[in-house]
Design a protein around this ligand. Structure first.
Ligand code: FEO
Ligand code: CA
Ligand code: CA
Ligand code: CA
Length: 580
């Protein structure tokens, strides 16, 4: 198929192919470079340069963290911006020479706590050299697994949120497993706590049956945790602190323009394995936040604020996510959908069923959504509103257990048994109003390799022309409204590296999926974002070499040495718009 310069999508690059080599591959006419990597210093303190295997927690607190995931781009001025990067988790086996998983040391655990969280990094564009980060910039900030933060909303101060270190239940130390995130219309960051269950231990020893059952629904282990942090910090031991885990699994808001601002965990947005947020303003001015719970057979949610967005009062908007209504999505067979409100006292959400107040609903959101009959999805990852058409795009990354023995079978919105490659759903809010109680939905893509996999679908486009794709995870849009997708799972499904893909959602090329970038072994392409003028694509290369050991590495990305999670940027040789 000829790719004429006049294509309706504006996408005219030569696709790259699935690849397994230890290098980033981009189309002819493009180049990729390193922006920042694990351990790069953010501040001007002496002694914070990176030295593999010889680092301390104190140094890590002043450096870019591990496993960069979400990337946000906040323009400040011409050629100056803030890059927001989540640090989802740590791979101690690739961080510490001689690491013994049975006997981690307190120094290693504290280092890992400091390597989690979020970085705010000032970046600058140089005419010849592309983007560089600014060492010691005023905005630079590290948020870690120990940074104090405030709880807001219906569950703040709830008896289940109180611990021996925080008897009032309003102050938490740290944020963990921050996967993806979003930027609000008022310029704050909403960073999402995902697989927090992995940090806690000993649910079997929790005496309160209701707490134990709630922890179980969120996957907290009965015995020791794999990380064994509970040996050094009692808050991670449920036998000693049964409530600490209730203080994780939230959406955290902070102001990237104020490095001293206190992050806040907004309980009104519910507690689950939060993947990401996408915030839009409804017709009547209320803020609407779309969210997914990344677990097999869990749900898609939205939150609608009580208050209205005020474009002239930024500080007032900081309160918008403290109160509102939380909804879970029901996808019906006829292509319509319903947002079911999760309100204590309504329907089955009664005191007898464990929901005496809205704090209960917010803490046990999954259990509330189970009761109201929301649709169990194939692992909701990123959900984003496309500014070009106002539609919502939701990536279901995969679910190999769909339709297997003892597990839910297929349904209209999750139509493939043992769904290894995932799918992308397009949702249209009723009347174009994001606050509406109903929506319509259809598939954009049922992923896989059309040459090998049954049941793939690319919005009706000729499947012999598309790039194979598996396990869509993070998504974003270019200025024309084309959908860009990063993947997490191709090493297991295709035996090839993860990558970045672009697919038009409108016009004659709707569904014409093409691969733009190929990553490195063991490393997912965890997130992607465009610069404000679309001449740069930033991509996070998370956990390069994961699955291998320091003695026998599958990746030496990016420096030819021990692997380091890295943010790269891609530009066109002629400086033009990415994909054009
Ligand atoms: Fe951390 Fe759902 O990916
Ligand atoms: Ca993800
Ligand atoms: Ca994922
Ligand atoms: Ca990830």
């Amino acid at each position: 198929r000829a790719q004429s310069a006049g294509s309706s999508s504006g996408l005219n690059f030569t696709p790259v192919k699935l690849d397994g080599s230890d290098r980033i591959i981009v189309p002819p006419g493009y180049k990729s470079e390193i922006l920042i990597r694990w351990g790069d210093p953010l501040f001007l303190d002496p002694g914070t340069g990176f030295e593999f295997g010889k680092q301390t927690a104190a140094q890590q607190e002043r450096q870019f963290g591990y496993n960069c995931d979400y990337l946000g781009f906040i323009p400040l001025a011409k050629d100056r911006a803030l890059l927001i990067a989540n640090h989802e988790y740590t791979n101690p086996e690739l961080m510490f020479p001689g690491y013994d998983p049975e006997n981690p040391t307190k120094e290693q655990v504290d280092y890992e706590l400091a390597a989690h969280g979020v970085s705010v990094v000032h970046i600058e564009r140089h005419p010849m050299r592309g983007w560089r980060y600014t060492l010691g910039a005023w905005h630079n900030r590290r948020i870690t697994g120990t940074t104090p933060m405030r709880l807001t909303g219906p569950a703040a101060g709830h008896p289940w949120m109180r611990t021996s270190a925080d008897p009032a239940g309003y102050t938490v130390l740290g944020t963990l497993n921050n996967c993806s995130a979003g930027i609000t219309p008022w310029g704050t960051v909403l960073t999402c706590e995902e697989n927090f269950n992995q940090y806690f231990a000993n649910n079997d020893q929790v005496a309160d049956a209701a707490k134990k059952a709630a922890h179980k629904r969120y996957g907290l282990p009965g015995g020791a945790s794999e990380r064994k942090w509970e040996r050094f910090h009692k808050r991670f031991d449920l036998a000693q602190e049964p409530n600490e885990a209730f203080r994780f699994g939230w959406v955290v808001e902070f102001d990237p323009h104020d490095p001293g601002s206190l992050p806040r965990k907004h309980t009104a947005l519910g507690r689950f394995k939060h993947e990401a947020t996408s915030t839009v303003i409804a017709r009547d001015g209320r803020a609407v936040v779309y969210m997914g719970d990344d677990e097999r057979f869990d749900y898609v949610y939205k939150f609608v604020s009580d208050g209205k967005y005020d474009p002239n009062d930024r500080q007032a908007n900081f309160r918008l996510l403290e109160s509102g209504t939380l909804y879970a999505a029901k996808f019906k067979d006829d292509g319509t959908g319903e947002w079911i409100p999760l309100i204590a006292g309504q329907g089955k959400l009664t005191a007898a069923n464990g929901f005496a107040n809205q704090g209960d609903v917010c803490i046990k959101t999954r259990l509330a959504a189970d009761l109201v009959g929301a649709t169990r999805m194939d692992r909701p990852e990123d959900i984003e509103v496309n500014p070009a058409n106002g539609y919502i795009y939701a990536a279901m990354t995969n679910n190999s257990q769909r339709g297997t023995s003892g597990r839910p079978g297929t349904d209209a919105a999750n139509p493939r048994a043992e769904n290894r490659h995932g799918h992308i759903i397009e949702m249209m809010p009723a009347g174009g109003d994001h606050a509406a109680p109903t929506f319509q939905w259809r598939f954009l893509m049922l992923c896989g390799d059309p040459a090998k996999d049954k049941g793939t679908y690319f919005a009706g486009f000729d499947q012999s022309l598309v790039s194979p794709i598996s396990s869509p995870d993070n998504i974003t849009f270019d200025r024309r409204g084309n959908l860009w997708i990063s993947t997490d799972g191709q090493p297991s499904t295709f035996k090839k590296n993860d990558g970045v893909f672009a697919v038009p959602v409108a016009g004659p090329e709707r569904g014409y999926n093409r691969q733009f970038l190929s990553g490195v072994p063991g490393g997912e392409c965890a997130s992607l974002v465009f610069s404000d003028n679309d001449d740069t694509l930033f991509v996070s290369i998370q956990h390069p070499g994961e699955g291998s050991t320091l003695e026998n590495l599958t990746s030496n990305f990016p420096d030819g040495k021990e692997p380091r999670p890295t943010v790269i940027f891609v530009m066109k040789d002629d400086g033009g718009v990415i994909g054009s």
